[in-house]
Design a protein around this ligand. Structure first.
Ligand code: ZN
Ligand code: ZN
Length: 458
């Protein structure tokens, strides 16, 4: 072989070979191949069927990690590993709610992550109704002593999921607010948009110095029922039993796999999802599908010849319960050269818009991405990209460029954090469109030698 290099035939063969590599990175060809994808569905099916619910820090999440390491190795990725870390772990106990008077009946409820326990005997108290978080925030500290604060909302379906940002604080900061007001417990209308009797769980937090109180979400129909009861004008009493526990520091871990690039000095492309789910569901939409999408896309790029840059796949081990995986990743890897970070964590429905946060110098790459995504029905005018929860810390610490492939979130909050987040909700055709979009973008950026360094933050 060495001898042939000196011959004309050898030189021609080399030329043909190198142009073949270049041609194989053609994003349109990779996109076409990805439109027949089965890998993303296979990963989603495997995680939801062979593992099921996998709350971070639990034995189920450890099984999920073992499954993932095996799967990513079998797909041919390199440097497949588990990077363990410790995290405070909260686990669900019993959870029941009933109206004691004046209209006795049971209600469907679930505890919010980090809720305190009521004790096995529960808490029975009068409901104080608030039509918004602002209304709760407006009452004096200590004024809700011995009461159960109840906050409702009017969140509706939107394509961009922006209702979550608007109404999410009812769950995120409402419990701590109610604690400051002296409430014995806190219940909300689930942060969701469906009308099943499935309550939506999700994390909350009690900052240092604020006493954790029992906090839970009613299903949307139950919350509306409670609102009607309150509006009839008589005092409404609820009995709430929630017995979650904090079980201390437990092990979780980030699963990492790589497609090594030809030039390790070029910054790598980080693609992320989260492996953990809430305990109520099998986490098909949130976020097994995301892990399927990013990994299938990385495989199509890998199979078409070694890319210029390394692609690193991060299946973060703990997102739902406090973004511990993303924090651990940034702590362990901020010293390494990253170029662009991307995350898929918004279900499995079609990508409808691409958003960028790229330096001016990478404008031609941005134009190429936009043009290459047009056949998939993806629009290109939007706000700057901001990334997902698991890459938030590495983006901040390393001032990274970001590309977001925004998924249609119209039905996302029907399913989010409920027992209904199951495999049957995945539409294989829309999942393939996601893989095609991701493959296209990865083929372009992993083979681009553009400088993606962001200007210093002001
Ligand atoms: Zn998620
Ligand atoms: Zn989630």
């Amino acid at each position: 072989m060495k001898k042939m290099i000196n011959t004309l035939a050898g030189a021609t063969a080399l030329f043909v070979a190198s142009s073949a590599i270049a041609a194989s990175h053609d994003p349109a060809a990779i996109q076409a191949k990805a439109l027949d994808d089965e890998i993303a569905y296979d990963i989603t099916e495997g995680l939801t069927t062979e593992i099921g619910p996998r709350q971070a820090g639990t034995e189920a999440e450890a099984r999920a990690r073992a499954w993932s390491l095996k799967k990513l190795k079998a797909l041919g990725f390199k440097n497949v590993r588990n990077e363990p870390f410790m995290m405070p772990t909260w686990v669900r106990g019993a959870e029941t709610a009933e109206i004691v008077s004046p209209y006795p009946q049971k209600m469907h409820i679930t505890a919010l992550g980090n809720s305190a326990s009521t004790g096995a005997d529960g808490v029975e108290a009068e409901i104080v109704y608030f039509s918004s978080l602002a209304a709760l925030q407006a009452v004096p500290d200590g004024s809700l002593a011995g009461k159960i604060a109840f906050v409702t909302h009017n969140m509706h379906r939107t394509q961009d999921g922006s209702g979550y940002g608007t109404y999410g604080p009812i769950r995120w900061v409402g419990p701590a607010t109610a604690s400051k007001k002296g409430a014995a417990a806190y219940v909300i209308k689930s942060i969701g948009t469906d009308y099943h009797r499935n309550p939506h769980t999700g994390g909350t937090g009690f900052p240092e110095g604020i006493t954790p109180i029992p906090a839970a979400a009613l299903s949307l129909p139950d919350a509306d029922n409670l609102e009607r009861m309150v509006k009839l004008g008589k005092p409404v009493r609820m009995k709430l039993v929630l017995t979650p526990q904090n079980i201390g520091q437990q092990e979780s871990g980030n699963v990492i796999a790589e497609v090594p690039g030809r030039d390790p000095s070029k910054g790598m492309i980080l693609v992320a999802c989260h492996l953990d789910s809430w305990d109520l569901a099998t986490g098909a939409f949130d976020d097994a599908a995301g892990c399927g999408i990013i990994s299938a896309a990385a495989k199509y790029v890998m199979d078409n010849g070694q890319p210029l840059r390394t692609i690193r796949i991060l299946w973060a081990g703990a997102e739902e319960v406090g973004i511990w995986g993303g924090k651990a990743y940034a702590k362990a890897h901020s010293g390494e050269k990253h170029a662009i970070a991307m995350e898929s964590d918004f279900g499995a429905d079609n990508v409808w818009r691409v958003e960028h946060k790229l330096p001016e110098g990478a404008n031609s790459v941005k134009q190429q991405i936009n043009k290459s995504l047009l056949p998939l029905g993806i629009s290109t005018l939007g706000p700057p990209a901001s990334g997902g929860a698991d890459i938030r810390d590495i983006i901040a610490s390393n001032n990274l460029a970001v590309i977001d492939l925004q998924q249609n979130g119209t039905r996302y909050f029907d399913l989010h954090h409920t027992p209904d987040d199951t495999l049957d909700k995945i539409d294989p055709e829309q999942l393939r469109q996601n893989v095609a979009a991701w493959s296209t973008v990865l083929a372009i950026i992993a083979n681009s030698d553009a400088d993606f360094t962001m200007p210093p933050k002001k």
